[in-house]
Design a protein around this ligand. Sequence first.
Ligand code: GRF
Length: 204
Amino acid sequence: MFTIGILASGKGSNLKTIIDKIKEGYFSSVKISMVLSDNHNSGALKIAQKEGIKNIYIPPGKYRTFLQPDKEKEYVKILKENKVDLVCLAGFMRIIKQPFFKEFNDRIINIHPSLLPAFPGLEAWKQAFDYGVKFTGCTVHFVRQWPIDSGPIILQSVVPVLSDDTCETLYQRIQEKEHIIFPLAIKLISENKIFISNNKVIIK
Ligand code: GRF
């Protein structure tokens, strides 16, 4: 069994999609070991609870954008203890640091709502909309420590910006694509079809 740990801070639609795909039999052997969150009110924790998946709120500590070092160690410890093969950041709103990379090198992936390397950072769909691009989308990538939202790109999906789009309608269509490429990336990794060479992803 390929075991994933999901870190999420928000509403949890990507988590929900992965749960649904597991139920549908989309993956050959993927199991969600646990959902961890820095936000005790997150939809993600509620979804996990409802689905009977281990869910833990670990307070982030005193910083706004990253985890307090002792808290970060707690996240890593519990993922390690539960023998997680892949850490999936599904809307986790904290920058992760060395303890994660030391333990899970090349085993952390993130879903980001733009075509990276364009528009890293917060509210990427809004950044793209405000810039006036004609196409944007989403990216699944392995996570590198620096800069933010960098790392070998696994999959991307393109979303056109329509003339009558608002920020909200655009983001809604981006999320529909996230719900396709994030599970697909997990599936490919779990089936050993993803390799990193020269900091680029090769899909076999
Ligand atoms: C997604 O848009 C993802 O790209 C970003 O955070 C959001 C999480 O959405 N990193 P949800 O909580 O899975 O609905």
